[in-house]
Design a protein. Structure first.
Length: 506
């Protein structure tokens, strides 16, 4: 349990890593959560909980992004934005907006699939943050979405449609149902989540931007409005900046809870759990009278053992765990299955070998939100001059430490970095010999995501280079990455084997 957590209480954040734009749903006694995955593959992570506090990653709903060719190279701020997860008609449904293509929908009889292929429900640029609503009283279905100004020139408004109940087609041209420009002080209205409650149509939607915004609630007697609004969660005098954008869920006993994110710079958007109730005036009350809580009574649900999404990996049979994602759609043969343990990555040839941000073959997982030490063992199984592999901290700026085969045939320990504006990496420390072609690599991540790199090539860990401050990408927190690559050329360039990947709290 985290500091301050007891058998009766929990401490926020309940997911202390970049699970951006979370949405949550209950099916029976189980709770499921998905989040934005942008341009990484597989996409649409699926998390499971029985108590809303302890979560495990059970899979992904989107194996590859489509069209495949468009995501063959990294597009870190594109792809899957702010999905909505629903349980309806004995199926799970996920709707999301791709800002460059439109609104997509997939569904499955089980959270573990099989999931349908993405169906483009509404084509267009700038269509984001899509959410369906099935009105169980009338049998009608609706869709709501927001707008990205970067693609459409429009923002701060929500559009609604009638929809076929099977989620395959929209039945009208759509109508603006909430115009944020008409609400004094509101800006960047987005992320709508649609509900029916107590005879009202409800829209839970954030505004004010990811770092400084607030959570709004809107209600109307008719889906197309008019809506009245209220701010229901904001920072107030707490240390939780911009608490907003998430989903409401009700437990089997009737308790209400709200999961949302907090933007934490290089750590991305971590997830908080807020108590929720309904005031005498019929409006929702989130947190402690509209302020986010740090510690609170646990939901009245059966006790569960402590759990969190996996980070460590022994790579049995050469397979990597669910926590890993490529920075683009994966290519054939990047990771080779075999009979032993260890991740065998092909040294993929690339003209962009000087810049990890441009490579699709970086295998990543989320940067932990608390201080920790990350370690992995590496063996460079390549005689190709210039072939290299290592452990990276990746964002707008990046730094990595690993092994590179020299023109003399000897492996060298190298440590390199690139600033956010730099087009190529440069040395962060003087290379040194690693004659056995093996190394234990280590990154100590301290407060503020300040990273200290070290390596052991047979004589114990020795620090390498200055402190590196991890940085996020535009909408994505910094990532831990494993990579193997080689300069452009022809023929097979060998491989690298990673073993015993561990993340240890500091």
């Amino acid at each position: 349990m985290t500091a301050g957590t007891t058998a009766q209480t929990y401490t926020n954040p309940v997911l202390d890593a970049d699970w951006s734009d979370p949405d949550v749903v209950r099916a029976g006694d189980d709770f499921y959560l998905t989040a934005s995955s942008f341009g990484r593959a597989p996409g649409l992570p699926l998390l499971h909980s029985r108590d809303l506090v302890n979560w495990t990653l059970v899979g992904h709903a989107l194996e590859r992004l489509e069209p495949a060719a468009a995501f063959a190279t990294p597009r870190h701020d594109c792809g899957v934005w702010a999905p909505s997860l629903r349980w309806h008609d004995e199926r799970f449904w996920i709707f999301w907006g791709d800002p460059d293509q439109g609104v997509f929908q997939i569904n499955a009889p089980s959270v573990r699939g099989p999931w349908t292929r993405p169906h483009l429900l509404k084509a267009g640029r700038g269509l984001i943050d899509a959410c369906p609503l099935w009105d169980e009283e009338t049998g009608e279905a609706y869709l709501g979405h927001a707008w990205a100004k970067s693609r459409s020139g429009v923002k701060n408004r929500l559009t609604g449609h009638r929809m076929r109940p099977d989620g395959t087609e929209l039945l009208d041209e759509g109508k603006v149902i909430v115009d944020g420009d008409r609400i004094p002080g509101w800006f960047t209205l987005e992320g709508p989540k649609l509900y029916r409650h107590d005879g009202w149509f409800w829209i839970f939607a954030p505004a004010g931007g990811v770092e400084t915004g607030w959570q709004g609630a809107f209600r109307s007697r008719g889906f197309f409005g008019p809506y009245e609004e209220r701010i229901v969660l904001e920072q107030k005098d707490t240390g939780v900046n911009g608490p907003h954008q998430g989903g409401w869920v009700r437990t089997p006993s009737g308790e209400d809870w709200f999961l949302h994110f907090q933007q934490r710079g290089p750590y991305g958007r971590v997830v908080h759990l807020q108590p929720m109730s309904w005031g005498r005036d019929g409006w929702p009350v989130l947190g402690d009278d509209g302020a986010p809580v740090t510690e609170h009574r646990r939901p009245a649900l059966p006790p569960q053992p402590p759990a969190a999404p996996a980070t460590d990996d022994d790579f049995p049979g050469g397979r990597f765990g669910r926590q890993w994602q490529w920075t683009a759609n994966p290519g054939h043969g990047w990771a080779t299955h075999h009979s032993g343990d260890g991740l065998r990555l092909t040294c993929v040839r690339s003209a962009d070998a000087h810049d990890l941000r441009r490579l699709p073959n970086v295998l990543t997982q989320r940067l932990p939100g608390k201080p920790c030490a990350v370690e992995v063992e590496l063996r460079l199984d390549s005689d190709e001059p210039g072939a290299r592999a290592g452990l990276a901290v990746l964002g707008d700026a990046f730094s990595w430490i690993g092994l590179q085969r020299g023109t003399d045939g000897i492996a060298h320990l190298v440590h390199r970095f690139a600033e956010g504006v730099a087009p190529a990496e440069r040395d962060a420390a003087h290379p040194r010999l690693a004659p056995e072609g093996r190394a234990r690599l280590r990154v100590e991540i301290g407060a503020g995501a300040r990273c200290r790199f070290a390596a052991d090539t047979g004589d114990g860990f020795r620090p390498s280079g200055p402190v590196f401050a991890a940085t996020p990408w535009r909408w994505v927190g910094a990532l831990l990455g494993l990579v193997a690559l080689a300069p452009a050329g022809t023929g097979h360039a060998g491989a690298a084997t990673f073993t015993r990947f561990t993340v240890t709290p500091s």
